[in-house]
Design a protein around this ligand. Sequence first.
Ligand code: NDP
Length: 247
Amino acid sequence: MSVENKVVVITGASSGIGEATAKLLAKNGAAVVLGARREARLQEISQNIIENGGKVAYRVTDVTDPEDLKALVALAKEKFGAIDVIYNNAGIMPTSPISALKTNEWNAMIDVNLKGVLNGVAAVMPDFTSQKHGQIITTSSVAGLKSFIGSGVYGATKFAVRNLMEVIRMESAQEQTNIRTATIYPAAINTELLQHITDKNSKQGMDKLYQSVGITPDAIARVVNFAIDQPEDVNINEFTVYPTKQG
Ligand code: NDP
């Protein structure tokens, strides 16, 4: 099975990597079901996909609410008759030194970047298990592979989803449920991600890095497309994507 005619739920689809992925997969014939909190953005992106001949539905979704994820998956089945792939992509990155004790931001990152992924996994697992077919793709980060100053909690959430995804892969093989997994570890991708950093030094450092080396989110969209496009018995489960100029 290829990307064409697959039904793909995408969280964090209102900007950046999620938006680019939605547009590419729709262009290649997938039916995409978009979730995020900003309805106007979802509406605009959906309109663009429809104008280009694509299949799309959207629902305002907060990934911290398990019921929202269930409703998003239900929408996919209602509109397109199936659910083949979930792309757990929603995330926030308000980096700061631990000593700054921005505990509200710590909790928000755990809620969105970790619990949000768990809520996505829980929403598809019953269908994927019973139909013995499905794919779970998650955006981690290079901060989920190695430690960076300022990324104590952000990196913790991204390391956590790496473990989660690998265990899902292993358990799926053990249980013979044919659930494929792919975890993506992007480095600097120019999106809206830096906008929410409230720590001045972290923001300045990140802005400088991204302005000098950042690449467009299409790079990640192509990786997601590639992961989905493999034959069902092939699970390419990890992708690290750096801008060529980033050290
Ligand atoms: P953006 O800020 O452009 O996109 C983030 C998306 O997440 C938005 O669509 C936002 O939508 C959504 N989101 C945030 N909170 C919630 C929530 N509670 N419920 C539902 N959706 C939510 O940044 P990116 O595209 O860069 O980020 C996508 C993913 O990529 C994130 O997981 C990020 O950690 C990861 N990543 C990004 C890198 C980069 O350099 N850009 C590097 C490594 C990883 P809305 O506000 O409308 O809800």
